[in-house]
Ligand binder design. Sequence first.
Ligand code: SF4
Ligand code: SF4
Length: 109
Amino acid sequence: MTHVVTESCIRCKYTDCVDVCPVDCFREGPNFLTIDPDECIDCAVCIPECPVSAIYAEEDLPKDQVHMTALNAELARLPSWKSITKRKDPLPDAEEWKDRTGKLPELLR
Ligand code: SF4
Ligand code: SF4
């Protein structure tokens, strides 16, 4: 199993989650964070940290977010997606995007 970042994170990237991960398994892209499934130890401490409730255990994913498991794994392998371990400012228009759905077309690699 792993934990998975879902579409709610796209264009927000609040990064509260990375501060608490004991194994530093978050990877950062231009406007989304992903979890490396090979490193996640399923401790679940990141789940309550996310202000937009973007993180789920793989087995608890809403049906419309199941595709994000494979996408997290794929993005975590991209060489340009580096490890992020310290919280930083969210994207400037994060507030505007945080409650929107269907953000997958907005994802930048
Ligand atoms: S706290 Fe939530 S919105 Fe922020 S980077 Fe982590 S998963 Fe994305
Ligand atoms: S479940 Fe634990 S190990 Fe996995 S990403 Fe969240 S904080 Fe990191």
